[in-house]
Design a protein around this ligand. Structure first.
Ligand code: GRF
Length: 222
């Protein structure tokens, strides 16, 4: 591989890539100041790869079937990411559980976005679960990735009200809008070294973060 300037972002996806698009758009607007060096998917047909190509970002895929087990696949994925020497690895709809070795390799420099107000509803079907529980609010969380699934320290969240008669599809659309507003900010703050991870705790500007930041979000401004 040709000589590469250090730093930048690698985005890891599995699918549609609307969060990736939000990151690309923020980068074009100059709101994310490090380049997106590559987008890597475990699915060759992920639409997010097309988004990357349209933005002239290297788009790569690794097929799980080419590897004997999770450990080998994760090692190959980690090696592929590391070739780009990113300062930040951004999971954006990556739908596989990560091995402990993978997580440790990028500890403190890997983010994930999750469609619930963590610690509520780790895992799948978050919107349906929030509606069924009668919650007043749903939202999205950005967290450092640790070995616990969706369990790393949460940095920022955005919330939206669950209305009477809310459907899963409508809530998903509302939360995705929040995600696109939230992720670029957190990514940039990590790049600036404002958010850091020490042990299992997150810090903002050197102060231990006792709870996630929850900025007020006005959907009319989005
Ligand atoms: C997002 O809702 C994110 O929270 C979750 O997966 C979804 C990915 O959507 N981790 P997209 O591929 O970015 O459109």
């Amino acid at each position: 591989m040709s000589a590469m300037v250090k730093g930048g972002i690698v985005v890891v996806i599995s699918g549609h890539g609307s969060n990736l698009q939000a990151l690309i758009d923020a980068s074009v607007r100059g709101e994310i100041t490090a380049p997106i060096r590559a987008v890597i998917s475990n699915k060759a047909d992920a639409f997010g790869l097309e988004r990357a190509r349209l933005a002239n970002i290297p788009a790569l895929s690794l097929n799980v079937k080419d590897y004997a087990d999770r450990a080998q696949f994760d090692q190959a994925l980690a090696d592929c990411i590391a070739e780009f020497e990113p300062s930040l690895v951004v999971l954006a709809g990556y739908m596989r559980i990560l091995s402990a070795e993978f997580v440790q390799r990028f500890s403190g420099k890997m983010l994930n976005i999750h469609p619930s107000l963590l610690p509520k509803y780790p895992g799948l079907n978050t919107h349906q679960r929030a509606i069924e529980q009668g919650d007043s609010h749903a939202g999205t969380s950005v967290h450092f990735v640790t070995e616990e699934l969706d369990g790393g320290p949460v940095l920022m969240q955005l919330m939206v009200a669950i209305e009477d008669g809310e459907t899963e599809a409508r809530l998903k659309a509302k939360v995705q809008k929040l995600e696109h507003a939230l992720y670029p900010t957190v990514v940039q703050w990590c790049l600036e070294g404002r958010f850091t991870l020490q042990g299992n705790h997150a810090y903002l500007d050197g102060q231990r973060l006792e709870a996630p930041l929850i900025p007020l979000y006005d959907s009319h401004l989005a």
